[in-house]
Design a protein. Structure first.
Length: 262
């Protein structure tokens, strides 16, 4: 049978999602070891979107195949018994054998949080990015509008990105000031490697007054990564989750349960 799980994790203590060399702590390795204890057999997971070192998730979705028969609650409770405090399974759902956490996702949503001001955050240092100045949110919002739609996002992909092509459909982007931080939500059909963090870094350059909003369009049209701003730090990024057909019963995207301290 095929099971889908919704997973939440604090990425600060992990070297990203994907399995790496023995002895390297990854979310995939940690989760698969816990699920294997419940299934009493090896488990291999496929996720909706791989996250980098330091990036968090509220609604990561994975699927796996197993011969074990367990109640949905048993997968959640059993896995969490064997997981460390910085990763938890929030939901388990039996899904059709044809379901793919990766390929059936209709969209993916990320959130980025920025603490602004001279007072460097301590309690939330692994939960938010930090900039010295107060950002011009209206200018950032104006610049962000140039990115909406289907475009070649070559200027917003990491040099080592392995995607077969750079065209993505950015469906929505929202920039809001909230108590203690600036929030940027981005939804697209799929993302390139570091795409959200490069977009955020570019919008922050606009917010600091270093560039005009129309510069974002120039960067996009130029398709040159070296022209865009620096990649924003990992700790401010949250994968809220993918979106699926409602009949599958997978409740994502998910808001953070405890907002970071700004």
């Amino acid at each position: 049978m095929r099971v889908a799980c919704v997973v939440e994790y604090d990425g600060a203590g992990f070297h990203g999602w994907q399995l790496q060399a023995a002895g390297t702590r990854t979310i995939q390795g940690t989760l698969e070891a816990a699920l294997a204890r419940v299934a009493d057999e090896p488990v291999a997971t496929i996720c909706a979107g791989r996250t980098d070192s330091g990036v968090h998730a509220c609604g990561q979705v994975v699927h796996f195949d197993t011969t074990a028969r367990r109640a949905e609650k048993a997968w959640v409770m059993g896995a969490n018994t064997h997981l460390s405090a910085d990763v938890t399974v929030r939901r388990a759902v039996n899904v059709p054998d044809s379901f793919s956490a990766r390929y059936d996702a209709r969209a993916r949503t990320y959130r980025y949080l920025i603490h602004e001001g001279w007072d460097r955050p301590a309690l939330s240092r692994a939960r938010v990015a930090w900039t010295h100045c107060v950002l011009d949110v209206e200018a950032m919002r104006a610049g962000a509008q140039y990115l909406i739609g289907e475009h070649d996002f070559s200027a917003f992909r990491a040099a080592g990105c392995q995607a077969r092509h750079p065209v993505r459909e950015l469906q929505a982007i929202e920039v809001q000031r909230e108590p203690g931080c600036v929030r940027i939500d981005v939804r697209a059909n799929a993302f390139l490697h570091n795409m959200v963090r490069i977009i955020v870094g570019t919008l922050m350059a606009v917010g600091r007054g270093e560039r005009s909003p129309v510069w974002v369009e120039q960067v996009l049209r130029g398709r040159d990564r070296t022209v865009a701003a620096s990649t924003a730090p990992a700790q401010g990024l949250y994968f809220l989750g993918p979106s699926y057909a409602p009949e599958l019963g997978i409740p994502t995207p998910i808001e953070p349960r405890v907002p970071p301290i700004g």
